[in-house]
Write a protein that binds this ligand. Structure first.
Ligand code: NDP
Length: 309
């Protein structure tokens, strides 16, 4: 007998267990508090479990992170030495790409200027720009980043992407490594941050790096707030050096009520929901990974704690 233990304060146990059960005959799916025999727990499906969560499960074979971002997991000192996988879900990628497309198109079509003009009952004609003349830089070309970059390219934008290791992606001008970052930033009329938060990316977008963006650039962050110096970003948005921002993530969440970003009319704030785990489409990948682990085969979507993602 095998048991899969579930932990999340955000996700529905009932929904996940109903979707997984038909794929996993012989596996009992339960919450930590109803585990009968900890030695039979071979799999964990968890989002931000408390410290010490894994200790009772000495026979754990696979940990599935209930999300794409693993920054809250990989730095922990209580991780079991077993494969860890993140969610890889096409619907999650589509949802993320939809959010970024909305934010990029909103700037590309000057919608904030029309929203302002409408409030003032003013007919304000701005001749539309063609997407091919707008350079969109995507930092991070992973599962969500590469998919989003390609969707942007399909809209005709001049898309550039930046990653740690070199990449070749159709219709995207790719560059990699820290040495090319400042140049990359200087050629991004709209910057989209899609990097994981790691030891190497924390604070990566410092005041100096933000200053590399073309004057009047737009800034979109859908990954993690701590990648950006938020005070420097706020200052750049105040001065207009960065003209506009769409921010889904912040260095402190929820964003405190007295944060100056709330009151800035060139900033659009959303509460960390650019994309979420979608059980109906992600369950299949989770079940396949559990079946692979049961057969002793390699799993897909593995994360590497030493690398940070
Ligand atoms: P992946 O782990 O699949 O890809 C990460 C990408 O970032 C890779 O291209 C990687 O390069 C690159 N990268 C990592 N470290 C560096 C570095 N030091 N320098 C340059 N490039 C680097 O991530 P996803 O695309 O799946 O997701 C990105 C992030 O989005 C997640 O980590 C999470 O934080 C966030 N997220 C936010 C959500 C929201 O609702 N706001 C929802 C889901 C995720 P390489 O390809 O060379 O390895």
């Amino acid at each position: 007998m095998s048991t899969l233990v579930f932990y999340s304060e955000f996700d529905s146990f009932e929904e996940w267990s109903a979707l997984l059960a038909p794929h996993l005959p012989g596996v009992t799916i339960c919450r930590a508090e109803t585990v009968q025999n900890p030695d039979e727990v071979h799999y964990a499906l968890a989002w931000k479990p408390p410290h010490g969560f894994f200790a009772p499960y000495r026979n754990l074979k696979l940990l599935v992170n209930l999300g794409a971002g693993v920054d809250s997991l990989v730095g922990r000192d209580d991780l079991p030495a077993i494969p860890i996988v993140r969610l890889s879900d096409p619907d999650m990628s589509r949802m993320m790409a939809g959010y970024v497309l909305f934010a990029v198109l909103r700037y590309a079509r000057d919608i904030p200027a029309f929203e302002r003009a409408q409030r003032e009952q003013r007919w304000h004609y701005l001749h539309p720009r063609t997407p091919s003349g707008i350079r969109v830089g995507v930092l991070g070309l992973g599962e969500l980043g590469a998919y989003t970059a390609q969707e942007l390219a399909r809209q005709g934008f001049d898309v550039r992407g930046w990653s740690r290791t070199p990449k070749t992606i159709d219709n995207i001008r790719c560059s990699s490594g820290l040495g090319s970052l400042n140049d990359f930033l200087s050629q991004s009329d709209i910057l989209v941050v899609m990097l994981p938060l790691t030891l190497h990316t924390a604070g990566l977008l410092s005041a100096e790096r933000l200053a590399c963006l073309p004057s009047g650039a737009a800034f979109i962050n859908v990954s993690r707030g701590a990648i950006v110096d938020q005070a420097a970003l706020t200052k750049a948005l105040r001065s207009g050096q960065i003209a506009q921002a769409t921010l889904d993530v912040f260095d402190r969440e929820p964003l405190p009520p007295d944060d100056p970003l709330w009151g800035m009319d060139n900033v659009l704030i959303t509460p960390h929901l650019a994309s979420v785990a979608i059980p109906a489409s992600a369950a299949q990948q989770v079940a396949e990974n559990i079946q692979r682990a049961a057969r002793g085969e390699p799993v897909s979507g593995q994360v590497f704690p030493a690398r940070g993602y």
